[in-house]
Design a protein around this ligand. Structure first.
Ligand SMILES: Cc1cc2nc3c(=O)[nH]c(=O)nc-3n(C[C@H](O)[C@H](O)[C@H](O)COP(=O)(O)OP(=O)(O)OC[C@H]3O[C@@H](n4cnc5c(N)ncnc54)[C@H](O)[C@@H]3O)c2cc1C
Length: 337
């Protein structure tokens, strides 16, 4: 049976964002969480937007968090926290939650966020909704409404956490708008009480290896040119790459193209790939399955090239070209100049 302790909800206040950093660089999703966190804080009213930052030599990162809207940055500065470990980060953040009692804690649904948040949820006995794509405040209860795709994206579930605190969500990267940067903005730094010992951390990091692959930054791209099964074979991506270079974009792909082995998974857009929100998304030979749309339908402008006029991608496209992509793309490139 679930534990049914009564929690004094009024003891919990403020919206927290976990400021994930790797090698001293704040992960981009943190700025999206601060953007969303600001909306949530103003919808609740009279609460602060806070970040919690763990690592070593934090001052530059603290400045960036203030400039992106944090009113308070809780800091834990220690060589033991320089790199992420499940044990170290779980202990420090769980202790800080007990100490400062935030009402909401948001984490990016990155590999680190997805590892960390469930451990903290268990440790502080609260609810967690994973991989949210929409967050709102219930105007009546001021509690958070956490919406996430379920059953392969066929159902959107809205989940509440009425009786426990904090209310915690991991949030899918690339879905929320980034907080605007306000140069020179500052706030309050509050160090958390650190009782972490080296022996608390059961894993030892021996080496951090970065893949030598070209880094694909789909989430930051303003223009994405994606190829799907309609390319017919792997060499089709040469054309997609040329097209992307021409328009200053990054190459994306459908899962069908990834599963066929034509391109690496890091390019995949969709529910089980990356969620993107570029200014322009050009879908070439992609049918527009719901799992693909889940990852790109909030793009500002969608252009679809497909030889089947009935393809579902045309339902979300702002501009559609019915035709063979091998004819259409070279013509578009020529017209581009
Ligand atoms: C749990 C789950 C998760 C999934 N996650 C993802 C995901 O993250 N991302 C994703 O993309 N999919 C995902 N899928 C798969 C998804 O359901 C579709 O199978 C996939 O998106 C189809 O890819 P496609 O559009 O490239 O291929 P198809 O559906 O085969 O479409 C190819 C399109 O190309 C067109 N075409 C063919 N030749 C040409 C030509 N010469 N010129 C122009 N057009 C042409 C055809 O008309 C067709 O519309 C997931 C599925 C499941 C069940």
């Amino acid at each position: 049976m679930a534990e049914n302790k009564t929690v004094d909800l009024s003891a919990y206040k403020d919206v927290w964002v976990f400021a994930e950093q790797r090698g001293g660089v704040i992960t981009p999703v943190v700025f999206e969480l601060l953007g969303k966190g600001r909306d949530l804080a103003s919808d609740i009213g009279d609460v602060k937007l806070c970040a919690i930052l763990l690592g070593e030599d934090l001052s530059d990162m603290t400045t960036q968090l203030f400039e992106a809207g944090a009113d308070v940055v809780y800091t834990a500065d220690s060589p033991l926290l320089k790199n992420y470990t499940s044990d170290g980060y779980t202990k420090v953040i769980s202790d800080a939650i007990h100490e400062f009692k935030p009402e909401i804690v948001l984490y990016g649904a990155t590999h680190i966020g997805r590892d960390l948040a469930p451990r903290i949820a268990k440790r502080v006995s609260t609810g967690l909704t994973a991989d949210c794509t929409k967050l709102d405040i219930d105007p009546e209860t001021k509690g958070i409404l956490q919406t996430r795709p379920a059953f392969g994206g066929n159902l959107m579930a809205t989940i509440k956490c009425p009786n426990h605190r904090p209310q915690m969500s991991t949030v899918r990267p690339g879905v929320m708008d980034k907080a605007p940067v306000q140069k020179g903005r500052t706030g309050e730094v509050i160090p958390v009480t650190l009782t972490l010992q080296e022996s608390d951390i059961r894993t030892k990091i021996i080496e951090i290896v970065k893949t030598a692959k070209d880094m694909v930054s789909l989430t930051d791209a303003e223009i994405i040119v994606s190829g799907g099964a309609g390319l017919g074979d792997a060499s089709g991506f040469e054309l997609i790459k040329k097209f992307a270079d021409k328009v200053g974009g990054v190459v994306g792909a459908s899962r069908a193209a990834v599963d066929a082995g034509w391109i690496d998974h890091s390019h995949q857009v969709g529910q089980t790939g990356t969620t993107v929100k570029p200014k322009i998304y050009i879908a070439c030979g992609i049918s527009g399955a719901i799992q693909h749309l889940a990852g790109m339908q909030t793009s500002d402008i969608i252009i679809a090239i497909n030889k089947n006029p009935m393809a579902p991608i045309f339902e979300v496209a702002d501009y559609g070209i019915v035709g063979d992509l091998y004819k259409v793309i070279p013509e578009l490139m020529e017209a581009w100049g």
